[in-house]
Design a protein around this ligand. Structure first.
Ligand SMILES: [Zn+2]
Length: 88
């Protein structure tokens, strides 16, 4: 699993390299009330940011296998990763 914070270029490189993996979008300080799981190909987490001007600023991204992101959410943040309605 990789973590992207204040690194939009690195995040976009990761997305391009891993279209088959998943992205957990969460607050800069991860909290159980916002853990959104997306496919790396989801249009809401690529292209032009809908929230703010950066992808890895106010919100940050954990990227990897779906199972490891779900386990991370439970074990480290204490919440459930909510599947994006558009891509999952
Ligand atoms: Zn999505």
């Amino acid at each position: 699993m990789e973590r992207f914070q204040d690194d939009d270029a690195g995040y976009e490189r990761w997305l391009a390299a891993h279209p088959d993996l998943f992205v957990l979008n969460t607050a800069r300080r991860p909290a159980p009330n916002y853990l959104m799981l997306h496919r790396a190909t989801c249009r809401t987490i690529a292209g032009t940011p809908a929230r703010g001007t950066r992808w890895t600023g106010e919100y940050i991204k954990f990227c990897g296998q779906r199972t490891e992101l779900e386990k991370f959410s439970q074990a480290r943040v204490g919440g459930t990763a909510f599947p994006c309605r558009l891509c999952l």
